[in-house]
Design a protein around this ligand. Sequence first.
Ligand code: SAH
Ligand code: SF4
Length: 369
Amino acid sequence: MSDDKLNLLNFNRQSLEAWFIEQGEQKFRATQILQWIHQYGVQDLNEMTNLSKSLRQRLLETTEIKLPEIALEQTAKDGTRKWLLRLADGNCIEAVFIPEDDRGTLCVSSQVGCALNCSFCSTGQQGYSRDLSIAEIIGQVWIAVRSLSADNKKHDHKVTNVVMMGMGEPLLNFDNVVAAMNIMMDDFAYGLSKRRVTLSTSGIVPAMQRLAEVSDVALAVSLHAPNDALRDVLVPINKKYPLRELLAVCKDYFKKDTRRMITMEYVMLDGINDSPQHAQELIKILRGIPAKVNLIPFNPFPGTQYKRSPQIVIDRFRDLLYSAGYTTITRKTRGDDIDAACGQLVGKVNDRTTRTRKLLRDIPITAAQ
Ligand code: SAH
Ligand code: SF4
């Protein structure tokens, strides 16, 4: 059985170097392997021609390169592409690629489900199953890069940015997410700059402090409400880490390095958090934090009580923030025809009967539509 073999996708440069040294091998083997796997997309150790035959043989016996399986791949009319990936234990996760004029952003999942139960989030409604391994996180990037380059003639977009905004709370899977982001930023792997890798968090304050120590990726904070009473309802983790503590840690994040970027995410929920008073309150609490604000039109899903704010309300909210000096972007809704908002496709699959779920497990690979 391959179960006891080490999956080479679970290593970043640091841990792979340590592993090779432990094996009595040269440290530079690590960068060679990373290049083969992540830059050249090679899965077969026999093709890694700059490794000696005996080393290849030993690696074949003890290691493997095991990726999640593509259960479904869909491309929306606007080029947004979504992969439903089946993990070895049968669980499914999603990754979404969003092409824009000047960039291609891949939205990556960090957990199967999420325990934090935000009331407007499809993933939150599904509950938490488990953390993803490093291999399962970086495997999403591997699969997206290969799938897009195979299709280069139709969509000449590349993955230029990664956002940890898929399923799950990345800071509750801290070590694996940080290691996977290291691989994204490693010149011997995907070589993305720290400004092009963004971690989005619902506000796990102690883990944000830890992140500032070990990584300088861009940070996005899921704020969604300008006061504790409302945030307690929308983002229940607020009861544990209230706004005062969350905003204090955001200020610290800047103090350490003023070039660091923080984006405040704010989902626009009709009649809930979108009034001019909410905008004024938001301006007040953000004072002293040079953050950008990202307004996200709510993506409805079956069974939700919320509605998306009308465009005119979103524009009014944006204008108020803008006149107070905040760079404010309204996120475009993309891939509506394929349920591209993260968590939605898995949500649908899990809503189906066991029979359908089993069927989906049995689908080998579905070609892009
Ligand atoms: N758990 C992390 C990252 C994943 S969610 C976090 O909460 O930040 C990524 C972003 O999508 C978050 O800002 C989240 O609040 C937002 N989001 C979740 N459900 C949404 C929905 N139905 N419509 C719009 N945005 C949503
Ligand atoms: Fe979890 Fe983020 Fe969804 Fe909240 S918004 S339930 S933290 S994935």
